[in-house]
Design a protein around this ligand. Structure first.
Ligand SMILES: Cc1ncc(COP(=O)(O)O)c(C=O)c1O
Length: 383
């Protein structure tokens, strides 16, 4: 085990910090100078820059990716008696936002290759929610690990059942479907700037994208205590959910190198897949979708094989992670909510077999080769 292996980071924010250098200090210093810490000029500047980046007509920043989902559901008056279909194989926030508002998350299964919402399961979940006396109002699709969901197919189903389609793009900002960028693939798209996300700040942050001007105005009111024409005019019940000016200033600098970082992630992911494809199920880049590669996640044959690979990696100083070890419908806080009546076998199987390897734009080829070698070696396929 060499020194290199001992210091392999899972996500390397330090290299990004070193690359941006003085630019970050200057951006922070500018905010300290003008002192407008809440909704200062950098917030509007970032929203504009993100509109340009995604092609979405409106961007409304907020305090985090969970609030972004909550704000969208609030903008659509979703609450008691309503059902919102969500995948079970995701981070808890997707279902949490629904449950927080008193609505019922109904869990659907995902596709074994893309890890994203499966249309047939979505349809069964909608029917069973209606039969149970709930009012299905929305579906939240998640672009898991950065890979955009199949919004063409999902829009058809949503349209047929009069459901609002929300893209939970917490992990996929920077991804695209054909030539359309994440942020424009659904009527509402939410994202997160959590530090480890492809575009992360140095704290919590989030944003909502929409083409709908009226909804964007409503979201601006909701994120600021339901304000009306001025600060102490409260025309509805809202949240305190604004993106800090300091975080906006940091994000503006990071956005300047984001395309370059996305290209690096894509190059690294393709290299992993070319090396590992014969030994395990790997995520594939296709013409139809470009992932932002928030995670590089493979699927092993079974849970013991995953344990072996994890153990070998740990012994060689290579960090790995399991996203997600327990699907949401099996979580204590969520196990009482309804599921697709045919069950969620893929979500259950994935939680037993997936493994995420180190992924960040600063992963050099030598380190990547070392990771590949250890992963293959664990399966008895060392080259
Ligand atoms: C799929 C998904 N949805 C929502 C969120 C919530 O984002 P945040 O942590 O900014 O609240 C996350 C963050 O990890 C996520 O991965």
């Amino acid at each position: 085990m060499g020194d290199r292996a001992e210091s392999i980071p899972f996500v390397d924010l330090a290299s990004q910090r070193a690359r941006l250098g003085e630019k970050l200090e200057s951006a922070i210093a500018r905010v300290l100078e003008h002192g407008q810490y809440i909704l200062g000029p950098e917030v509007a500047e970032l929203e504009k820059a993100l509109q340009t980046f995604t092609g979405a007509r409106h961007c409304v920043t907020c305090a985090n990716g969970t609030d972004a989902l909550t704000l969208v559901l609030m903008a659509e008056n979703i609450g008691r008696g309503d059902a919102v279909i969500v995948p079970s194989f995701t981070f808890v926030a997707t279902a949490e936002a629904v449950a927080q508002l008193g609505a019922v998350p109904v869990f659907a299964d995902v596709n074994a290759d893309t890890f994203n919402l499966e249309v047939a399961s979505l349809q069964r979940a909608i029917s069973s929610a209606s039969k149970a006396g709930l009012n299905p109002r929305a579906v939240i699709a998640v672009d898991l690990f950065g890979h955009p969901a199949d919004y063409n197919a999902l829009s058809d189903v949503a349209g047929k059942h009069d459901l609002i389609l929300v893209a939970d793009a917490a992990q996929s900002l920077g991804g695209c479907s054909a030539k359309s960028k994440v942020g424009t693939l659904a009527p509402y798209t939410t994202t997160s700037f959590f530090p480890a996300k492809p575009l992360g700040c140095y704290g919590d942050g989030g944003a909502i994208f929409t083409h709908d001007e009226e909804k964007a105005e409503l979201l601006r009111s909701l994120r600021f205590h339901g304000k009306g024409s001025q600060k102490y005019d409260n025309v509805r019940i809202g949240l305190n959910s604004r993106l800090d000016t300091l975080q906006a200033a940091i994000l503006l600098e990071k956005l300047g190198i984001f395309n370059d970082e996305l290209e690096a992630r894509d190059r690294i992911a393709r290299r992993y897949s070319n090396a590992l494809r014969d030994n395990m199920h790997v995520p594939e880049s296709t013409k139809a979708y470009t992932s932002s590669w928030a995670q590089y996640t493979v699927r092993l044959a079974d849970s013991p094989q995953r344990d072996t690979v994890r153990k070998h990696c740990a012994e060689s100083g290579i960090p790995t992670a399991i996203y997600y070890p327990v699907p949401l419908h099996r979580q204590t806080g969520y196990s009482h909510y309804p599921v697709d009546p045919d069950g969620l076998p893929v979500s259950e199987q994935l939680s037993e077999t997936v493994l995420s390897l180190p992924m960040h734009p600063y992963l050099d080829e030598a380190t990547q080769d070392q990771i590949i070698d250890v992963v293959k070696g664990a399966l008895g396929n060392r080259q």
